[in-house]
Design a protein around this ligand. Structure first.
Ligand code: ZN
Length: 466
C-alpha cells in the first residue's frame, strides 16, 4: 500500500514537472457544487479502513497543485450558486441570484464563450439541470437564476458543442404560451437532442452540437443521487465519457469541458452527510476519466477542480475525539428517498402503520439497532415522531432548499450524523473558502490563495485565450 502511494506521488510529481510551463489544448474544469474542505476530509475518513489508514482513496487530492479560493459574491459574504458560478465562469464578482452579469448587472462573458470564439470546442455538463445556476453561468445572462425558459433559449443559442444534464426545468415560457417549445428552439439552432444514453449511442452524430439528457423525467430535474441510483439512470460519468468521446471523434484540436458535480450541494442543504459524500466519490469517477485522458496527453491537458462555495457548514466532530464516518455506509437511501419510503407506509399499511413497520424500515435503510446503536433518548424521539406522523398525524413536512421531507426521515439522518459525530451549522451555504486542485499543463498557476474570479482569469492566461 505504501509503495503504491509513493509510486503514485512520484508519478504525479514527474508528470507535473514534465508539463510545467506549457499551454494546454485540452481543459477539464470540474466544479464540485457545495464542496468544502471538510466534505473532502469527511469522504477521506469515510473511505479509510481505520484511523491508521492514511491513504486517500479519492483521485483528485493527489493532484500536485493545490490552492485556496475565496468565495464571497459582490452582494453577500455568503454566495449562492449563480454568483459563485458567474465568478468561476467569467472572472467577475456578481450579485446573488444573477447569472452571467457583473455587480452592475452588465453581461459578462465566460471562459467557455471566449474559448469558443478562439475556436476551441466546448462542453458543459452537470448532474443537475442544464439550465441550473452553475452550468448556465457559462452560457447565459439573466437577472434571476429562476428564469429557466430564457436561460434554456440562451443555451440553444450558445453554440456550445456538447451540453448534458438532467434536462431543462422549463421547456415552455410560463410568461408567454406563444413562445416556441425549447426542444424546437434547440433544433432550430442546430442542436440534436438525445434522450438517454441508448439513443445517443445508437444515433449519435458528431458533426452537430449535442444535448444529452435522460430518457425520463427526474424529480427536481436532477440526476438521481449516487446513493439511490438504479442501473437505468443516466450518470455524470456517462455524460463525461460521452463528451470526451464526442471531442475525440471530432478530432478537436482544442477543447474545454466544464463538469459540474451539482448534487454535493443538494445533499448538503438538508445536511444529509452520506448522500453528499457519495456524490463526491461519484464526481471523482468522472475526474478519473479526465485523468485517464491526461495520461494519454500529459503535455497538453489541464485538469482543474474547485467549488463555488461550501454548503452546510460541515463540521468534523461535535462531541469528543472519535469520528465514525464509516458508519454512514449503513445509510442506503438519500433523505429524499427515505422520506418517500416513510410516506409510502401510509398506502402500504392502510389499516394503520405500526411502530414495528417503522423499525423495520429504519433497520433496512439506516442500519438502526442492527449496526447503529440507538440510545434510549433517540429511540424515544423516533417514537414520538412516529406518533406525530402516523397516529395523531400532526407532523409537518420540513422544507429545505431543494426538498420537502418527512420529519421522521430528517430525524433519522440527524441521528446517523450524530453517530458519525459530524455536525452542520446551516441548511444554506457557508462563507468558507474552498480548495482548488490542478494537474497538467499550466497547473502551477492555480497555487496559493486567490479570489474565485482569479480561477477563470488564470485559466484564460494559461490557455492564451483572449
Ligand atoms: Zn446550494
Amino acid at each position: 500500500m505504501n509503495l503504491r502511494k509513493i509510486c503514485t506521488g512520484l508519478l504525479f510529481l514527474l508528470l507535473s514537472f514534465t508539463v510545467s510551463g506549457k499551454s494546454p489544448k485540452y481543459v477539464f474544469y470540474f466544479i464540485g457544487d457545495g464542496m468544502g474542505f471538510n466534505h473532502i476530509t469527511a469522504t477521506s475518513f469515510y473511505q479509510s479502513a481505520d484511523v491508521s489508514d492514511l491513504t486517500d482513496k479519492l483521485l483528485f487530492p493527489h493532484f500536485p497543485v493545490t490552492g485556496i479560493v475565496k468565495t464571497r459574491s459582490a452582494s453577500h459574504y455568503i454566495t449562492d450558486s449563480s454568483a459563485g458560478g458567474t465568478a468561476l465562469a467569467s472572472g467577475h464578482k456578481a450579485n446573488n441570484k444573477a447569472v452571467g452579469l457583473n455587480s452592475r448587472n452588465e453581461p459578462v462573458f465566460s471562459i467557455i464563450h471566449k474559448a469558443k470564439t478562439n475556436k476551441w470546442m466546448t462542453g458543459v455538463i452537470t448532474s443537475t439541470s442544464v439550465d441550473d445556476a452553475t452550468p448556465s453561468s457559462f452560457y447565459a445572462h439573466a437577472d434571476s437564476r429562476g428564469m429557466y425558459y430564457e436561460i434554456g433559449v440562451q443555451a440553444a443559442k450558445s453554440a456550445i458543442n456538447f451540453l448534458g444534464g438532467a434536462g431543462f426545468k422549463s421547456y415552455t415560457n410560463p410568461q408567454n404560451s406563444n413562445d416556441p417549445h425549447l426542444l424546437d428552439v434547440l433544433s432550430a439552432n442546430g442542436f440534436v437532442v438525445y434522450k438517454g444514453l441508448n439513443q445517443y449511442k445508437n444515433e449519435k452524430k458528431y458533426n452537430q452540437p449535442v444535448v444529452l439528457i435522460p430518457d425520463r423525467d427526474y424529480p427536481g430535474t436532477a440526476l438521481p443521487y449516487a446513493i439511490d441510483r438504479t442501473p437505468e439512470d443516466l450518470t455524470l460519468h456517462q455524460l463525461t465519457t460521452s463528451a470526451i468521446d464526442y471531442f475525440k471523434t471530432n478530432k478537436a484540436s482544442r477543447f474545454m469541458l466544464v463538469v459540474e458535480g451539482g448534487r454535493i450541494d443538494h445533499g448538503s442543504h438538508p445536511n444529509d452527510g452520506a448522500t453528499a459524500i457519495k456524490e463526491l466519490i461519484d464526481m471523482d469517477k468522472s475526474i478519473q476519466l479526465a485523468y485517464d485522458f491526461y495520461l494519454q496527453h500529459p503535455r497538453e491537458t489541464l485538469i482543474i477542480l474547485t467549488s463555488d462555495h461550501e454548503t452546510g457548514g460541515l463540521a468534523l466532530g461535535t462531541v469528543g475525539s472519535n469520528l465514525d464516518l464509516q458508519s454512514l455506509d449503513k445509510q442506503k437511501a438519500s433523505l429524499g428517498k427515505l422520506s418517500g419510503l416513510i410516506d409510502g407506509l401510509h398506502s402500504r399499511y392502510p389499516e394503520g402503520v405500526l411502530w414495528e413497520h417503522v423499525v423495520t424500515l429504519l433497520e433496512e435503510n439506516m442500519g438502526f439497532w442492527k449496526d447503529i446503536k440507538i440510545s434510549k433518548r433517540d429511540e424515544a424521539r423516533l417514537k414520538a415522531c412516529y406518533e406525530e406522523t402516523f397516529v395523531s398525524k400532526t407532523a409537518k413536512k420540513i422544507v429545505t432548499t431543494y426538498s420537502v421531507d418527512e420529519p421522521l426521515a430528517m430525524l433519522a439522518i440527524e441521528i446517523i450524523n450524530k453517530h458519525a459525530n459530524i455536525g452542520w451549522t446551516t441548511k444554506n451555504h457557508s462563507g468558507a473558502s474552498v480548495p482548488v486542485f490542478a494537474i497538467g499543463a499550466g497547473a502551477e498557476m492555480f497555487s496559493g490563495m486567490m479570489e474565485n474570479t482569479d480561477v477563470p482569469k488564470r485559466l484564460e492566461k494559461v490557455c492564451r485565450i483572449k
